[in-house]
Design a protein around this ligand. Structure first.
Ligand code: ZN
Ligand code: ZN
Length: 264
């Protein structure tokens, strides 16, 4: 069961969509959800029943750049959530849980699986949203904030990366990890077990693995790291992986590495 659908019951699945959906468009979204989907696809189901799971609580629109809070697993548009955080509102808009008092950005993560599902269900969503917004701001003679957002994001990321480089996550909560190779073309790690901060990202872990198995310093991008057979995004923190991919299973967290899959 993939993360995006893990909070939906079987009854939900059977009542889903507001427009008929083609089987082909859904098969590619997540093969492990296929059994649930197949049941749903045989019914003329309604998208409005699914809406609460694919819309943002803040703006009430379909999720754009779905971003999930690690602790409570509530999901919002990235820009909607960032606006709140910039205004120093560090609580989940939905349940009120504190995200983090000083570093909330490290406790939210892009939810690629859920966004893929939204994009499949609502074709051309991002293009339409952007056009709608930019028309609105054009009418008012203003610049569309979302069009300016890439700068903000780059800045946020580099500040985060910088902070991470500074302390190497030596303080705070730790996680035990077992890292195994799935491809014999790669070397094994001498010691497959390690303990590191839950704030470390998959990108940092890739750099660590690359170094340990004798790859060049810039070759970490040639690796995939997987949890339960799912490729993990490089921006995800281990805390996010534990909460969304590993749930309450005991440690060590079992991860696998392999050469990066090339999509045809
Ligand atoms: Zn939103
Ligand atoms: Zn919440």
């Amino acid at each position: 069961m993939c993360f995006a659908f893990s909070h939906l019951t079987h009854a939900h699945t059977q009542n889903y969509f507001s427009q008929r959906l083609t089987q082909a468009s859904l098969i590619s979204s997540c093969s492990s959800c296929f059994a649930d989907m197949e049941a749903a696809l045989n019914r003329n189901v309604l998208l409005r029943d699914l809406n609460e799971h694919i819309t943002c609580f803040i703006c009430a629109g379909y999720l754009i750049e779905a971003t999930t809070i690690v602790d409570c697993l509530h999901t919002f548009c990235r820009s909607c959530l960032l606006k709140r955080l910039k205004a120093k509102q560090h609580n989940c808009p939905r349940c009120g849980n504190l995200i983090h008092h000083s570093h909330p950005l490290q406790y939210i993560g892009y939810d690629r699986t859920l966004q893929d599902v939204v994009n499949k269900l609502v074709p051309n969503l991002q293009k339409r949203e952007l056009r709608r917004e930019s028309d609105f701001y054009d009418m008012k003679g203003m610049k569309c904030p979302r069009l300016e957002e890439p700068d903000v994001k780059t800045e946020t990321h580099s500040t985060q990366d910088h902070e991470k480089a500074q302390d190497y996550h030596r303080s705070g909560e730790q996680v035990q990890i077992s890292l195994q190779r799935t491809d014999t073309k790669l070397d094994t790690m001498g010691k497959p077990y390690l303990v590191c901060s839950v704030d470390a990202t998959i990108k940092i872990l890739k750099k660590y693995v690359a170094k340990k198995i004798g790859m060049g310093p810039t070759q970490h991008a040639e690796l995939d790291i997987l949890c339960n057979d799912e490729i993990l995004g490089k921006e995800h923190s281990l805390k996010f992986v534990l909460a969304t991919r590993w749930r309450s299973k005991s440690q060590p967290l079992l991860l696998e590495y392999r050469p990066r899959a090339v999509l045809l």
